[in-house]
Design a protein around this ligand. Structure first.
Ligand SMILES: *[C@@H]1O[C@H](CO)[C@@H](O)[C@H](O)[C@H]1NC(C)=O
Ligand SMILES: *[C@@H]1O[C@H](CO)[C@@H](O)[C@H](O)[C@H]1NC(C)=O
Ligand SMILES: *[C@@H]1O[C@H](CO)[C@@H](O)[C@H](O)[C@H]1NC(C)=O
Ligand SMILES: *[C@@H]1O[C@H](CO)[C@@H](O)[C@H](O)[C@H]1NC(C)=O
Ligand SMILES: *[C@@H]1O[C@H](CO)[C@@H](O)[C@H](O)[C@H]1NC(C)=O
Ligand SMILES: *[C@@H]1O[C@H](CO)[C@@H](O)[C@H](O)[C@H]1NC(C)=O
Length: 512
């Protein structure tokens, strides 16, 4: 038993090497401050994989260590443990083992990561208990808001929920929403869609929006059932699933002749993985016989993604990230929103260093003499990271009162119905909590206006009050038509009489 427990730990110790990067002109005798990163070592499908993020962490550490005004007398060091299991997936048993291991061997001042939700959860519990800050740009799930030690300098699903709520309010959908997401029962799956949709679920719930949710098994989707589900339970629909499932589903809607102008589908593709490529963005296009149906149906689809930062520092950051990753890992980083996560980690180290500097300045002020700093306890550093603003590589780092970064999002719409091209039509400004429509662009509604979230006569056309109202409406129309008819008849008769009377009069006049 004890042997089983120990072997992975020993293995891990071998893997983790401390790296302290000093500025070339730095003097010796600086006190080491260790940051312990827990991230997946090899699986670069994760946006927070070590080869994607380590170059950014090293850059950040380097920058802090070469800044004489930031953490004077101290030197940041980086140590890494992998949260991957043997199959190369994020693991909720590996991550806490690594955390305990690193805690015992290095007593880090802060943890960096993890990224996956299931591996972050136990680590968040430990770091909160140890009162050691945990700074991550992953761990996006809604539940982490409850952990006192967790600071999130990347996007979170709570912010996605706030974005969704803003959409609901903007278009007057206060009553109802349908959430559809794919999920796997696989233990190696980090359930990205489940957690993404949870952000919407929580925020909508808080605002009394009735939510209906429907799970699809990605391996065996019954499209007819999903169409039925949507027809009977939703008009404003949020979907999170693979792109191919969305496309097949939309084609199915079209083939079943649904009046798609009564529906709107918000597709969640946070890293904009279906919106890339060269030339016009046509996520519905596959070059097969269903393209026409897909293009027509996609007029009711809008896509929600993170917003690519527009500041020049970010472009510079990505260039450096690419060349560093090549040098350090022989790994090629492409242009994608994945780089947002590396930027979030970079900003996290800067934010932590700033907060630590302030905390230690206070320690100094309180008669600090011994020459050695103590690791600040009771999460005072974490508290200093929250509810504040700092410049960063993704633009301003605006931390809210709960330790989450304000994130910007983008909404894409089919701006050209003929070519089927999608563009960013509106940007959600996370700090203002506003939707900002891009200049010269506008939303495209197949029905001319946003559809109501609940149809007038209910989803199944069975709302008694509404039926009564429509009946009286019919009666009203009938009355009006009768009235108009009577008038027409009267006028006609009158004119006819005039006409028949006139010649006689004329006649009479001539007679006179
Ligand atoms: C290290 O060198 C850089 C540039 O030469 C200088 O700006 C910085 O102040 C120096 N740092 C220290 C700690 O001396
Ligand atoms: C939701 O409903 C509850 C109870 O009806 C009410 O107290 C609360 O103010 C409502 N919240 C919002 C955001 O409308
Ligand atoms: C880098 O990776 C490429 C392919 O991914 C490989 O062909 C090349 O040998 C690698 N270079 C080094 C130095 O490992
Ligand atoms: C860090 O703290 C020192 C005092 O301990 C202070 O002089 C310095 O300005 C601080 N640096 C920053 C960037 O705030
Ligand atoms: C956050 O900061 C603002 C001003 O910067 C302050 O008014 C507010 O009370 C702070 N909130 C918390 C929870 O500390
Ligand atoms: C969000 O609003 C703030 C304040 O107006 C502005 O500084 C910032 O550039 C805006 N962000 C985006 C992405 O437009």
């Amino acid at each position: 038993m004890s042997k089983c427990l120990w072997s992975p730990l020993v293995l891990l110790l071998v893997h983790s090497a401390v790296l302290c990067i000093s500025a070339e002109n730095a003097t010796e005798g600086l006190q080491d401050v260790t940051l312990a990163a827990i991230l997946p070592l090899t699986n670069t499908d994760y946006a927070w994989a070590w080869p994607r993020v380590a170059p950014a962490l090293h850059r950040a550490v380097q920058r802090v260590n070469s800044d004489p005004w930031l953490l004077p007398g101290l030197k940041l060091c980086l140590v890494h443990g992998s949260s991957e299991n043997r199959d190369g997936f994020c693991s909720d048993s590996m991550a806490p083992l690594v955390a305990v291991d690193l805690k015992l061997s290095h007593d880090p001042w802060a943890f960096i990561g993890p990224g996956c939700d299931y591996s972050s959860s136990p680590v968040a519990r430990f770091t909160t208990h140890w009162e050691v800050p945990m700074v991550t740009a992953g761990a996006r799930a809604f539940g982490f808001k409850d952990y006192a030690a967790v600071t999130n300098t990347g996007p979170t699903h709570k912010k996605l929920g706030e974005f969704g709520m803003r959409i609901q309010e903007t278009f007057g959908w206060h009553r109802h929403a349908l959430l559809i997401f794919s999920d796997k029962k696989d233990t190696n799956d980090d359930r990205p869609c489940y957690f993404a949709v949870e952000g919407l679920y929580q925020l909508f719930g808080e605002h009394n929006i009735t939510i209906r949710d429907h799970i699809i098994e990605a391996d065996s989707v019954n499209y007819k059932t999903v169409v039925q589900e949507v027809r009977e339970n939703g008009r404003v629909v949020y979907l999170c699933c693979p792109w191919d499932i969305l496309r097949t589903l939309m084609v199915q809607f079209w083939k079943e002749g649904m009046s798609l102008e009564e529906y709107v589908f918000f597709f969640i593709d946070l890293f904009a993985e279906g919106m890339g490529g060269h030339g016009p963005v046509r996520p519905w296009y596959r070059g097969d016989q269903d393209d026409y149906a897909a293009q027509q149906a996609f007029r009711s689809v809008k896509v929600l993604t993170y917003l690519e930062p527009q500041n020049p520092q970010y472009l510079q950051f990505v260039e450096t990230l690419k060349s560093d990753a090549k040098k350090m890992f022989n790994f090629t980083i492409e242009d994608s929103l994945y780089n947002l996560i590396a930027g979030g980690f970079y900003d996290g180290v800067m934010l932590y260093s700033q907060a630590l500097n302030e905390t230690l300045s206070e320690q100094r002020g309180r008669g600090w003499e011994s020459g050695k700093f103590q690791r600040p306890k009771q999460d005072v550093v974490t508290r200093r990271m929250w509810n504040r603003t700092l410049p960063g590589v993704l633009g301003l780092v605006e931390m809210d009162e709960f330790g989450d970064r304000q994130m910007d999002f983008a909404m894409w719409d089919m701006t050209d119905v003929d070519s089927g091209e999608f563009q960013v039509v509106c940007v959600y400004n996370g700090s203002m909590k506003q939707l900002v429509v891009q200049s010269g662009r506008s939303f495209q509604w197949p029905g001319g206006a946003p559809p109501p979230d609940v149809p007038e006569c209910g989803f199944k056309n069975d709302n008694a009050a509404c039926l009564a109202r429509t009946v009286s409406m019919h009666q009203m129309v009938a009355i009006v038509i009768c009235f108009v008819f009577v008038i027409i008849v009267t006028v006609t008769v009158f004119i006819y009489r005039e006409d028949t009377a006139r010649p006689r009069m004329k006649h009479g006049w001539m007679d006179v």
